[in-house]
Design a protein around this ligand. Structure first.
Ligand code: MG
Ligand code: MG
Length: 272
């Protein structure tokens, strides 16, 4: 069942989403070769609690930590540990926060030191596909329109679109209807309406789309061992159009990057 949100609820969801955005910005300052994912996890948990929120993933379906930390060939749902990150690695960090009864949930794939060209391109194209998907998330369009946009942009490069894991509706529950696959056919699936809030999150592999799961019961990794990228935003339909609730601007500020990629999806400029 789809739960459409009122404008007031959407503002509460923006608050939760921005707590996640700020958390990712703090982590961006810390990521370098030698750092451990468990250290970053504790940093994130402390910051989220300091905001009067609770970590959205900790304990959800019995997940043991605040962050899903998925380096290199891990797609999503990696568990933080004490292994130092290596120069040239990539790491997907997925974070959730719960405040005022609503979840924020978004993710970014970071480079650790200098990353090879093919992997850099995978990250660039995957992030572009996220915005292609967001552009298709408007009133009257359907689930398949978003999936089609993401799939077309990434498969054009020969990349693999993960099938088993999908984006989702977001609200008082972390995973609400509708499911938002990163593949699909135009004009198919549930229709988008005013007040719908979803997490759009392409999970794109450099090689095959096929995946395996580790025996820990959580970690998803590519079947061929090649890298995988993951970017996720929280988006609402406001006045019929996609409105970003989350932002990567805290990350970009930490990394010294400027980008206008979010401008088309925000009615008012974001002050950070
Ligand atoms: Mg997520
Ligand atoms: Mg999600």
């Amino acid at each position: 069942m789809i739960h459409l949100k009122t404008p007031e609820e959407i503002e509460l969801m923006r608050e939760s989403a921005l707590i996640v955005s700020k958390t990712l910005g703090i982590l961006a300052n810390e990521i370098k070769p030698g750092i451990t994912t468990l250290y970053l996890d504790k940093l994130a948990e402390t910051f989220i609690r300091d905001q009067g929120a609770t970590p959205g993933f900790l304990g959800l379906y019995d997940f043991p930590n605040t962050l899903c930390m998925s380096p290199n060939a891990q797609v999503v749902h990696g568990i933080p540990n004490n292994t130092p990150l290596k120069e040239g690695a990539i790491i997907s960090i997925d974070c959730g926060a719960l405040k005022n009864g609503f979840y924020g949930d978004h993710a970014y794939t970071f480079e650790v030191g200098e990353v090879d060209k093919a992997t850099q391109k995978l990250l660039k194209i995957t992030k572009e596909s996220l915005y292609k998907g967001i552009a298709a998330f408007k009133a009257g369009n359907r689930v398949g329109d978003v999936g089609y946009a993401i799939q077309k942009h990434t498969e054009n490069e020969g990349y693999g679109v993960v099938r088993e894991l999908v984006g989702h509706g977001l609200g008082r529950v972390m995973h609400e209807d509708p499911e938002m696959p990163n593949y699909g056919k135009r004009g198919r699936g549930k229709q988008f309406k005013e007040g719908l809030v979803v997490a759009i999150e392409p999970m794109i592999n450099l090689g095959t789309h096929r995946i395996n799961q580790l025996r820990d019961g959580w970690t998803i990794l590519t079947a061929d061992g090649k890298p995988s990228a993951h970017f996720e935003h929280d988006v609402a339909i406001v006045d019929g159009k996609p409105e970003l609730l989350s932002t990567f601007q805290y990350i970009y500020k930490a990394l010294g990057i400027t980008s206008d990629e979010e401008v088309p999806f925000r009615k008012e400029p974001l002050v950070i």
